[in-house]
Design a protein. Structure first.
Length: 191
């Protein structure tokens, strides 16, 4: 009986350690389901980084848009993404609201919002937040989770995992190409 109790206790510690390793560094972003830090010393997030890390169980992430921030503005817009109501602390952009054009959800089954730190003195540069399905607006912060220590938002990137094309579309397309090919073969013989 003691062996089982000791084994169970060890299993609990291992699972807690795994959760701490995946805990978000920058955030929170609301509304969201999950978060995950980028690789240590990986200063710029890319779709390749998310795909190689199989972020949120997906490996088909594509960049939708990116907003680079500067040292003076508190509102930004690039394509379907807007950052508003920016709050600065000691000159650094540390929190605000975000909004996303609702039409983006027509093309993507999952969307993640990435906060990238401008200083990264703690060794982690960015954190990805998996948005709630259909979410179009919310809040963000650049504090290090568990402390009141804020970092500077360098840029915010939105990535999407595309909605798969239904098999019927592929079947229809290949049938249409076959008909076009068959039609072209008959044309020279009829002349």
């Amino acid at each position: 009986m003691r062996k089982h109790g000791l084994f169970g206790l060890m299993l609990v510690f291992v699972m807690l350690g795994m959760n701490v390793a995946n805990a978000a560094t920058f955030g929170p972003v609301t509304p969201s389901q999950d978060s995950r830090d980028g690789s240590v010393n990986d200063s710029n997030d890319t779709a390749a980084d998310l795909n190689a890390g199989n972020f949120f169980g997906l490996n088909d992430w594509q960049e939708i848009t990116k907003i680079d921030t500067n040292d003076t503005d508190n509102s930004y817009t690039n394509g379907p993404l807007s950052i508003d109501n920016g709050i600065r602390q000691n000159g650094d952009l540390v929190s605000g609201t975000w909004s996303l054009d609702p039409s983006v959800w027509q093309s993507y089954k999952a969307i993640t919002l990435v906060l990238n730190d401008g200083r990264a003195s703690n060794g982690v540069f960015w954190t990805a937040w998996l948005l709630d399905p259909g979410a179009t607006s919310g809040t963000w912060e650049m504090n290090i989770i568990g402390t009141n220590d804020f970092r500077n938002l360098s840029h915010m990137t939105v990535y999407g995992s595309p909605v798969p094309v239904p098999a019927a579309v592929w079947l229809f397309g290949s049938g249409l190409l076959g008909l076009i090919g068959a039609g072209r073969r008959k044309s020279p013989n009829q002349a």
